[in-house]
Design a binder for this molecule. Structure first.
Ligand SMILES: Cc1cc2nc3c(=O)[nH]c(=O)nc-3n(C[C@H](O)[C@H](O)[C@H](O)COP(=O)(O)O)c2cc1C
Length: 184
C-alpha cells in the first residue's frame, strides 16, 4: 500500500491511495524524495574498448566500512549502462561547490563526454578516469550489479580514495545548493 501524507509544515497535495501509478503521483513522490539533500558525483569508468564513460549521480552512498563497500544506481535506459555493466572498476568523483558546470556537463547525453576534458582527469586503477580537482574520489572494483525496479544497483569495493577540504556541492529539491555550518 502506497500512501503519501504531508506534515502540516508543508503544503498538502492530494494523497494517492495506492501506488505512484500516474505521472502526477510519480512527480509527487519525486518531490518528497527531493527533500533528502545529497551530494553530487560524477561516476566514471573505462569500457573494454577503452572508451571513457561518465554520468552525474546523486544515488551514491556508503554501505559498509569493513570491508569498504559503496553503492549507486543507474537508470536502465542510461546510455552508459552497457559499459558500466561490463566494467571491472568505476570511480566515484564527489564534486565541490564550484563544479556545477561539471555536473551539468555529465548529466547530458553526448556521445563522448570526455572530449576537451583530458586535462581534468588522471588515470586511476585499470585506466578509469579520476577527477583531479574533486572533493573526494573513490576508486572501486565492481563487486556486482543487480536490477532493482527501473534501475540497476552497482556495488563497489573501495580500493583507493582521496579527499580535500573543499565545500561540497549538494542537490536539494531539484536545485544545486551547498552546505553552511549551523550556528548555535
Ligand atoms: C544531480 C543529479 C543527480 C543524478 N543522479 C542520477 C543517478 O543517481 N542515477 C542515474 O541513473 N541518473 C542520475 N542522474 C541523471 C543522469 O546524469 C543523466 O540521465 C545522464 O544523461 C545519464 O547519462 P548516460 O545516458 O550517458 O548514461 C542525475 C542527474 C542529476 C542532475
Amino acid at each position: 500500500m502506497f500512501r503519501a501524507t504531508h506534515s502540516t509544515a508543508t503544503p498538502v497535495s492530494p494523497s494517492p491511495g495506492c501506488g505512484p501509478t500516474t505521472a502526477h503521483d510519480q512527480r509527487d513522490l519525486r518531490n518528497a524524495l527531493g527533500k533528502f539533500a545529497t551530494g553530487v558525483c560524477v561516476i566514471t569508468t573505462r569500457g573494454l574498448d577503452g572508451k571513457l564513460e561518465g554520468l552525474t549521480a546523486n544515488s551514491f552512498c556508503s554501505v559498509s566500512l569493513d570491508p569498504p563497500i559503496v553503492l549507486w544506481s543507474l537508470r536502465k535506459d542510461a546510455g552508459s549502462l552497457p559499459t558500466f555493466e561490463r566494467a571491472s572498476h568505476f570511480c566515484i568523483n564527489v564534486l565541490h561547490a564550484h563544479q556545477v558546470e561539471m555536473s551539468r556537463h555529465f548529466c547530458g547525453r553526448q556521445i563522448n563526454k570526455f572530449d576537451g576534458l583530458a586535462d581534468e582527469f588522471t588515470e586511476g586503477l585499470e585506466g578509469i578516469p579520476a577527477l583531479k580537482d574533486a572533493l573526494a574520489t573513490f576508486e572501486c572494483e565492481q563487486l556486482e550489479h543487480q536490477p532493482m525496479g527501473d534501475h540497476i544497483v552497482f556495488y563497489g569495493m573501495v580500493k583507493r580514495y582521496t579527499y580535500s577540504q573543499a565545500t561540497p556541492l549538494t542537490f536539494h529539491c531539484g536545485t544545486y545548493t551547498t552546505v553552511r555550518p549551523l550556528l548555535d
